[in-house]
Design a protein around this ligand. Structure first.
Ligand SMILES: NC(=O)c1ccc[n+]([C@@H]2O[C@H](COP(=O)([O-])OP(=O)(O)OC[C@H]3O[C@@H](n4cnc5c(N)ncnc54)[C@H](OP(=O)(O)O)[C@@H]3O)[C@@H](O)[C@H]2O)c1
Length: 324
């Protein structure tokens, strides 16, 4: 993972939306089992997912599986709190108080002694960066977390964290968790380039399928049992289910068919082909989805320079960098 010594599997598994809202313990157990048996060693979670219930579910599965704790890594993230609209002022954000309390709560819900990675889920404009870096360093020294990271921070904010860490001899962030997929590319392919070259952050990228859009499942409408049909997710559907994006995905689906692979496998393989991606976090509500997504590893050798160019021609989403 970046310049750290931590080894993450190139595909990993996360619980956003699915755990507790869509799937129960038995499906979560089955999916995590398939993931682990296929070599996935990183499971991603956050305090805000299903308002704490996602961590509790993952904790129950891990307890039931009884895998050797040294054989997998697990994360949580703090920022939004887990009480939704009931959050009081100190029950969210990146203050020392919330980061420490949220970490302790995540350990309890996940039933583990330490988190392998602890993310600041968003930057907090109200907390000095010094307070954040000192707190994460202390949590590492206390053995409650092993590495810390950022999620959806700007390149400038990440570099500020490194500057403070350098100034006070503290441990800086080792990893960033940005969105990255064929439709959302700027951070990984433009903004962070200098960050990768200097401080060398790892990346655990999210929504490799743009919430399922890049699986082609929305090409002919919105299936009833899909994420975009869920109550309260109109904001997400409205972001992705738009003609321009759908038309691109339809053309990409046809191209994937020509290659003899699914468009989901192709899209995921495309993300992990980027050397600045440490791991793509998969999401799934069904066994068949996860199995199909794991096929991305077999699709990878099919992404020749010619195929990559054809994908560019279809998607037209490559960020424009200065000519020089
Ligand atoms: N740091 C952050 O701010 C942040 C934000 C978002 C996510 N994340 C992390 O990233 C993980 C992955 O994100 P994501 O769930 O958005 O990933 P994604 O791969 O873009 O979307 C996953 C969803 O798409 C559908 N799907 C997946 N594979 C499919 C297939 N082969 N065929 C048809 N449908 C398929 C399923 O939803 P349905 O079956 O419901 O349609 C599945 O839950 C999350 O679990 C979380 O750990 C982090």
């Amino acid at each position: 993972m970046g310049k750290s010594g931590l080894q993450l599997s190139v595909l990993s598994f996360g619980s956003w939306v699915s755990f507790h809202k869509q799937i129960d313990d038995s499906v979560a157990d089955e999916l995590m089992g398939i993931a682990y048996d296929n070599g996935i060693n990183f499971f991603d979670n956050a305090e805000v997912y299903a308002l704490g219930e996602s961590e509790k579910m993952m904790g129950r599965v891990l307890k039931n599986k009884n895998w050797d704790r040294t054989s997998y890594t697990i994360s949580s993230k703090a920022f939004w709190g887990w009480r939704g609209k009931e959050n009081k002022p100190n029950q969210l954000g990146l203050s020392r108080k919330h980061l420490v309390e949220a970490c302790n709560e995540a350990l309890q819900r996940l039933q583990v002694d330490y988190l392998d990675i602890y993310f600041c889920h968003r930057p907090d404009k109200n907390t000095p960066i010094e307070e954040v870096v000192w707190t994460m360093h202390h949590l590492i020294q206390q053995g409650k977390i092993l590495y810390w990271g950022t999620s959806e921070w700007s390149g400038v904010e990440i570099m500020e964290a490194h500057r403070v860490a350098h100034q006070y001899n503290l441990i800086g962030p080792s990893v960033e968790q940005p969105q990255y997929n064929l439709l959302e590319r700027d951070k990984i392919e433009n903004e962070f380039l200098m960050v990768f070259n200097t401080v060398g952050m790892g990346t655990t990228i999210w929504s490799p399928l743009a919430s399922g859009l890049l699986s082609g499942k929305y090409n002919d409408g919105i299936p009833e049992d899909s994420r975009f049909a869920l109550q309260g997710f109109d904001w997400l559907k409205d972001r992705w289910v738009v003609d321009d994006k759908l038309n691109k995905v339809r053309r990409l689906t046809a191209f994937a068919n020509e290659l003899g692979i699914s468009v989901a496998s192709l899209s995921i393989a495309w993300t992990i082909k980027n050397p600045n991606v440490t791991t793509a976090i998969l999401g799934a509500t069904k066994k068949e989805q996860l199995t199909e997504n794991l096929n991305a590893l077999d699709a990878l050798p099919k992404l020749t320079p010619e195929v990559m160019q054809k994908i560019e021609d279809i998607m037209e989403t490559k960020p424009k960098l200065p000519e020089y």
